[in-house]
Design a protein. Structure first.
Length: 277
């Protein structure tokens, strides 16, 4: 039921199209890979799935084969007619447009909980995942295929070399892990890097007491000068006394801090700001 490499080539040739690098398009041409993604996502009968960047429908077909109902968001207007042809008669709803501009409250109003399962365009993957975590609570879980470096960054914890701003923001919203790697050989055209399958399970309740609006400025300031000690990068935001009250070493660097430590810093600086008012 899913596309073979010959199917992908025939669809593109028949419509005079090629993958667009400007849209970060790399079509999956291996049936085993899309079935693996569908299986790892846990999608099945009764599942309501959002797919962003379905392209020619390889993963869409695998999700339908697993029993899921799919809402597919495609920005490439040339691909939408082909996708409609491929999934005709299947439980697939197609939204033509940029996923960064979709009115998600309206489009996902039919059900309370959704899964995101997608081969995300490389060029928008990180901001898109973070925006969806921040703004679309209806999406309770994600299994996304992204560039390996991006996947490792999203899932990184304190002390991991890949940790950065996206890691901390992701950890605030959910638990992330790398569920597998995908080689370039399963794509058309072949990217120059491996890809990763990243699973994110949204927290039912925030894992820390401070809102992200208080944590994120500290994280961004520290990682903006990640080679410096925190007492230097956060010198204008956190006093020596506040570092001590938060039990955070001012000589540490940001990659050594977990979400709980950022929360403690946010708590002590919030208290200072409140007293000044």
């Amino acid at each position: 039921m899913t596309h073979t490499p010959a199917d992908i080539r025939a669809l593109l040739d028949r419509h005079g199209l090629e993958a667009r690098r400007s849209l970060g398009q790399n079509f999956v041409v291996d049936p085993n890979t899309v079935r693996r993604i569908a299986a790892l996502s846990g999608a099945g009968p009764g599942s309501n799935v959002v797919e962003i960047g379905p392209g020619l429908g390889s993963l869409t077909l695998a999700l339908v084969e697993a029993g899921a109902s799919v809402t597919a968001v495609e920005a490439d207007t040339d691909l939408v007619p082909i996708l409609r042809e491929v999934v005709d008669g299947m439980p697939v709803r197609i939204i033509e447009g940029d996923a960064r501009e979709v009115d998600w409250d309206t489009e996902l109003a039919e059900h309370e909980s959704w899964q995101l399962v997608a081969n995300l365009p490389y060029n928008i993957a990180t901001p898109l995942v973070l925006d969806l975590l921040r703004d679309v609570p209806q999406i309770s879980s994600m299994l996304v295929m992204v560039q390996l470096e991006v996947g490792e960054r999203l899932a990184a914890g304190a002390g991991d070399p890949a940790i950065g701003i996206p890691s901390v923001i992701t950890a605030f919203h959910g638990t992330a892990s790398v569920a597998g790697r995908v080689p370039p050989t399963v794509f058309h055209p072949r990217p120059r890097v491996d890809s990763a399958l990243v699973r994110i399970e949204r927290h039912a309740e925030p894992p820390v007491s401070s809102p992200l609006e208080l944590i994120e400025p500290l994280v961004r300031a520290a990682y903006g000068q990640r080679r410096k000690m925190l007492r230097r990068s956060l010198g204008g935001m956190v006093t020596p006394d506040q570092f001590e009250r938060a039990s955070v070493d001012p000589q540490a660097r940001p990659e050594t801090l977990d979400l709980a430590a950022w929360d403690r810093l946010a708590q002590v600086t919030r208290g200072s700001a409140s007293s000044q008012r």
